[in-house]
Design a protein around this ligand. Structure first.
Ligand SMILES: [Zn+2]
Length: 300
């Protein structure tokens, strides 16, 4: 990890010294352990009643050990103080580095996890608590978005009529028509199917019904010149939308009754469109359904 990639808040600035502190602390602990072993050895030799020379030698041992231990203790206290001071941050939150400092074993895991998150999602948060809150908020938003789509795309039986009965028909002649982006493509935002053909290709009513929207002199949202027809098919409320018709290509008027298969418009590329195509949407009882699957199951 590199601390300089984390925003230089006072907290992280303080704890930037933590790794060095831990290393020094561990080094100190090792020295202390070695010194303790040495002390035991020296004490053992000291209590062994041999010659006076060895007794003098033994007497010097503990003194040296005490000096070493004192030095080690001083080392630990000196370098450890900033780290302990860093733990008492004003708001009670701890940085990832601080959490890691409490447990050297978790340092690599905690730092790597937060580091990759910062890199991937450009988090500005520096504390584990903030990161957790951000991730929880994003997860909740994703669930809400997903639930929203699911509620609009409820499980609906697409089969309303016998396929090929003529009650539902294809809105364009599929001969020479290419199927482009489908239902819920583009990250789940595309609520229709794109049927591509030449400008001016006739567009037919997919079902008999009443024209609710006929945007001939204006654009209907991003659909450009568009038509919406409300139908009742086998007792179900079905709305069909025809988008991106060419200028002058809306051939019906609001309130008009149309028959299935009747020419209602001409293909174009008006509105949010980059190619001549029909953007076709279907709602059953207000729920978006896969329009291509719906056509396959009902138009045959
Ligand atoms: Zn489309």
């Amino acid at each position: 990890m590199t601390d300089n990639e984390i925003s230089p808040t006072p907290e992280s600035g303080e704890t930037a010294t933590a790794p060095a502190t831990r290393r020094s602390t561990r080094e100190g602990a090792r020295l202390a352990a070695e010194a303790a072993k040495g002390k035991v050895k020296q004490v053992a030799s000291a209590v062994r009643p041999t010659s006076s020379a060895s007794r003098r030698k033994g007497a010097a041992g503990p003194v040296r050990s005490v000096v070493i231990l004192t030095m080690v203790g001083g080392l630990v206290a000196t370098v450890a103080l900033p780290a302990y001071g860093a733990f008492s941050s004003g708001d009670g939150t701890q940085t990832v580095q601080q959490l890691a400092a409490e447990n050297a074993q978790s340092l690599v895991i905690a730092s790597d996890a937060s580091q990759s998150s910062i890199t991937r999602d450009s988090y500005s948060a520096t504390t584990a608590d903030e990161l957790a809150k951000k991730k929880a908020a994003e997860a909740a938003a994703a669930r809400a978005k997903s639930a929203s789509v699911v509620s609009r795309v409820a499980s609906v039986n697409l089969s309303l009529v016998a396929p090929g009965s003529g009650i539902v028909r294809w809105p364009v002649d599929m001969a020479g028509t290419r199927v482009g982006d489908g239902f819920l493509s583009r990250g789940g935002t595309h609520m229709g199917v794109d049927l591509l053909n030449a400008q001016g290709t006739p567009i037919f009513a997919a079902a008999a019904g009443t024209v609710r929207v006929a945007a001939a002199g204006n654009y209907y949202y991003g659909y450009g010149h568009a038509i919406v027809i409300d139908s009742v098919i086998n007792g179900q409320q079905v709305s069909t939308l025809y988008g991106h018709l060419e200028d002058g290509g809306v051939l019906v008027q609001p309130g008009q009754q149309v028959q299935v298969g009747q020419i209602i418009g001409l293909m174009g590329s008006t509105g949010q469109s980059t190619a001549n195509h029909l953007h076709f949407e279907v709602k059953i009882n207000g729920n978006y359904v896969d329009p291509y699957a719906w056509l396959q199951q009902n138009a045959g």
